[in-house]
Structure formats: C-alpha cells, structure tokens
Design a protein around this ligand. Structure first.
Ligand SMILES: Cc1cc2nc3c(=O)[nH]c(=O)nc-3n(C[C@H](O)[C@H](O)[C@H](O)COP(=O)(O)OP(=O)(O)OC[C@H]3O[C@@H](n4cnc5c(N)ncnc54)[C@H](O)[C@@H]3O)c2cc1C
Length: 81
C-alpha cells in the first residue's frame, strides 16, 4: 500500500496550490469528491489577477501570491491567448 506524507481535501486552486508546494517535501494525496478537479469556484473563475478585489484578507493573500505566480516552474506553461 502506498503511503503519503500529506493529504489535501479538495482539488480547487487552493488545495492544488498547497499540494504543489508540499510535493517538493514529500508524497501528497489530493482527495476530491467531484468527478474532476476545479469543479466548483475554480472552474468558474475568470482567472484575473486583481490586487484590489475582495476583503482585506483576500487582497493580502493575492498580493502574497504575486511572486509565486510570476515564478515559472517546470510543468507550468504560460496560457495561450
Ligand atoms: C464566477 C466567478 C469568477 C471568479 N473570478 C475570479 C478571478 O477573476 N480572479 C480571482 O482571483 N478569483 C476569481 N474568483 C474566485 C475564485 O474562483 C475562488 O476564490 C477560488 O477558485 C476558490 O478556490 P478554492 O480551491 O478555495 O475553492 P473551490 O474551487 O470551490 O475548490 C474546493 C474543492 O474542494 C472540494 N471539496 C470540498 N469539500 C470536500 C470534501 N469533504 N471532500 C472532498 N472534496 C471536497 C470541492 O468539491 C471543490 O472541488 C471567481 C469566482 C467565481 C464564482
């Protein structure tokens, strides 16, 4: 039986982002109740980066994610327009 160091519940952008970070430290299992990832809010997002959107905690999280969003990682590609 395979073992994991981390278990993430929910394969939206939040869960998958945490999973991607933790995967650098050890095996991660992501559990999703729907048939595929990004089924709920993530699948509806317009995917705009807006530092002025939402209440203070959301704005702080958005700003804190800027460096990570700009960092290019293996396996991630710039979206095609
Ligand atoms: C119409 C719309 C447009 C948007 N546009 C933008 C935008 O332009 N820019 C922006 O920054 N944000 C935008 N947002 C907000 C953004 O989409 C959300 O903040 C973000 O997707 C939330 O991600 P999440 O992973 O927290 O939640 P979700 O995407 O909802 O993921 C949570 C996941 O957890 C799963 N889950 C929950 N409980 C369990 C359980 N017990 N067991 C297993 N799985 C479980 C759910 O099935 C779901 O897949 C928009 C939102 C909407 C609705």
């Amino acid at each position: 039986m395979k073992s994991f160091d981390y278990i993430i519940v929910g394969a939206g952008i939040a869960g998958l982002s945490v999973a991607a970070e933790l995967a650098q430290r050890g095996p991660v299992l992501v559990i999703e109740r729907e048939a595929h990832p990004g089924f709920h809010a993530t699948g509806r997002s317009a995917a705009l980066y807006a530092e002025t959107y939402g209440p203070p905690v959301i704005r702080a999280l958005t700003i804190a994610s800027r460096a990570s969003m700009r960092r290019r990682r293996r396996g991630f590609r710039k979206p095609r327009c």
